[in-house]
Unconditional design. Structure first.
Length: 198
């Protein structure tokens, strides 16, 4: 692989952030591509901050696991407000795939801070030079797991499709959950066809 590709994924506990990262990491490993995977769990309970950093094409012997500020080629956010924390890690021209799920932080619940509007988040991404693909949670089919649906959208709206084929990702999904492979693949494929706001 000639080029490096760094992915910064954020969200909250219970959304399957690390599952997305696991699938991408396993797909890279099966293809023989170096991948450096650095998961971070904040609060352990559901709703706590979670992030994962993937450095594809970078050997762990040569490169550290952390993506520097301004270094990510792709930002994936599964929670709207967490997107704002991730923007500083994006390269100019980075792709953003954002699922606009709302999980109110403590400050918002206590009335000490407003929750950001979708338009504000999208505007901040564009100000930073990012290319945004926004997914409405209302469009996620009932049968689909949000993380696999988002993974499909990531594949459709980023340069990840230049690294892996759809079949390679689907093979990892099938191997990970063989007893429910059909349903999970259906959710992933729905994400491939997701309507996005740019």
């Amino acid at each position: 692989m000639k080029n490096y590709y760094d992915i910064y994924i954020v969200g909250v506990g219970g959304q399957g952030i690390l599952t997305i990262a696991d699938i991408i990491t396993l797909t890279a490993a099966k293809k023989g591509i170096d991948v450096n995977y650095y998961p971070t769990k904040g609060m352990a309970q559901r709703g706590g901050f979670v992030k994962a950093q993937l450095r594809i094409g970078r050997s762990a012997d040569t490169f550290g696991p952390s993506i520097p500020k301004g270094g990510a080629d792709l930002i994936v956010s599964m929670e709207l407000s967490e997107t704002l924390k991730a923007i500083r890690y994006a390269k100019k021209g980075a792709d953003f795939v954002v699922l606009g799920t709302h999980w109110e932080p403590t400050a918002v619940m206590l009335g000490k801070a407003p929750y950001p509007e979708e338009e504000i988040v999208i505007d901040e991404i564009k100000k930073a030079g990012g290319m945004v693909s926004f997914l409405s949670p209302a469009n996620v089919p009932e049968y689909a797991r949000e993380n696999l649906y988002t993974l499909g959208a990531i594949f459709a709206h980023s340069k990840l499709s230049g690294i892996f084929t759809q079949e390679e990702i689907e093979q990892v999904i099938e191997e990970r959950w063989p007893s429910v492979a059909e349903g999970n693949l259906k959710g992933f494929r729905a994400g491939l066809e997701a309507v996005v706001i740019n």
